[in-house]
Design a binder for this molecule. Structure first.
Ligand code: ATP
Ligand code: MG
Ligand code: MG
Length: 356
């Protein structure tokens, strides 16, 4: 049966699609419930994404499948770090997608090994490299993921191999219907949303690079880089870290008048959570007050000379991922050539032990 929101209520041991025996829930998203199951034909574990029973979501599911097939078919040797989709079937009105089974998402890894402190720079680097390989692959296939965040990045049981998942909101730019991106200020989960999306500037592949900049900071520090309860408060948080958004940039945005007054001052719209009142006040943001270097230095103490060099390279890479101007943002292929990945390679362990 279904619950009131159209999620399928699975039972342990039941068989879906004639061969997948359900073991337990792996996760629940806005669009689906995901269960772990045993493929009785191959004796291998799989993850099955059971879409909510809803026509609009089902249609979205078919787009997700088309994009997954495109990404998988152009990576026959499974070297590009995108989750493998096996097949789909329908079960009691639910579209079900079968995937290779992976162990955990990066949100769970952070909770388990680095709550509030993050994982080591070495582990961050190993994950970052694989993420940029996936991004370069998606770019080559003209796919914008549009929902990158720790929850949608999976690692295998021994934590070494990483795969990008959840192409449920991805956009295929080579598909005539979605070749032109439309202004959608709620694209990408809020904390990982690039400024051009918020401002209503035509966006592109760069939105994924922004999300990954946020994600990598979070992996290393255990803290979310930018938070806010609205797009307006996200802009405030972004400017406090990255400096002001220049008139030249925000003037290109259809939605900028919601955030900047005629004099070009940022208008902060704050909501009182208890009284429910909103107040608007203009703020002059000139110099960043919470820049990345200071925040990373604050969580890295007692580093050797080599580790300091590594950290500086990491800061430089983040700086290029988080360029306010999307045209200036680093491209995945260039990120793979960044000194963070090439300078002074030490051993290749992927220890998750928290740093402090
Ligand atoms: P969202 O609300 O983020 O859009 P969604 O409904 O689109 O979520 P997914 O993000 O695809 O669903 O999957 C939800 C969760 O299920 C993931 O965050 C992950 O923890 C787990 N999951 C998904 N696929 C797999 C897999 N192949 N192996 C293991 N766990 C998985
Ligand atoms: Mg998801
Ligand atoms: Mg999704």
């Amino acid at each position: 049966g279904d619950d009131k929101d159209g999620y399928y209520k699975h039972r342990v041991g039941e068989v879906l699609g004639g061969r997948y025996q359900v073991q337990h829930a792996l996760g629940k998203g806005m669009f689906s419930g995901v269960v772990r199951a045993m493929d009785v034909e191959t004796k291998k574990l799989v993850a099955i994404k059971i879409m909510r029973n809803n026509d609009a979501l089902k249609k979205g599911g078919f787009t997700e499948i088309a994009i997954l097939e495109k990404l998988n078919e152009s990576d026959p040797d499974d070297r590009r770090h995108v989750v493998k989709f096996e097949r789909s079937f329908e079960f009691r009105g639910h579209l079900c997608m079968v995937f290779e089974h992976l162990g955990y998402n990066l949100r769970e890894i952070l909770k388990k090994y680095g709550l509030n402190v993050g994982i080591t720079l070495k582990a961050t680097k190993a994950y970052a490299y694989q993420i940029f390989v996936a991004l370069a692959h998606m770019r080559k296939c003209n796919i914008i993921h549009a929902d990158l965040k720790p929850d949608n990045i999976l690692v295998n049981e021994n934590h070494t191999i990483l795969k990008i998942c959840d192409l449920g909101t991805a956009i295929d730019r080579s598909d005539a219907a979605t070749a032109q991106t439309t202004i959608t200020p709620y694209l990408v989960s809020r904390f990982y949303r690039a400024p051009e999306v918020i401002l209503g500037i035509p966006y592109d592949y760069g939105v994924d690079v922004w999300s990954i900049g946020c994600t990598l900071f979070e992996l290393y520090t255990g803290k979310i880089l930018f938070t806010g309860d609205s797009n307006n408060q996200m802009l405030k948080a972004i400017m406090e870290v990255r400096g002001r958004i220049t008139p030249k940039l925000y003037k290109r945005g259809q939605l900028s008048p919601q955030h900047f007054d005629e004099k070009g001052q940022f208008v902060s719209i704050e909501r009182d959570k208890i009284l429910g009142k909103t107040t608007a006040r203009t703020l002059q943001i000139i110099k960043p007050t919470r820049d990345i270097r200071t925040r990373l230095a604050a969580v890295s103490s007692g580093l050797s000379e080599a580790e300091t060099r590594d950290l500086n390279n990491f800061i430089d890479l983040l700086d290029h991922c988080l360029a306010l101007n999307p045209e200036k943002r680093i491209k995945p292929l260039d990120a793979l050539k960044h000194p963070f990945f090439s300078a002074a390679k030490s051993s290749h362990s992927h220890s998750h032990s928290a740093r402090r």
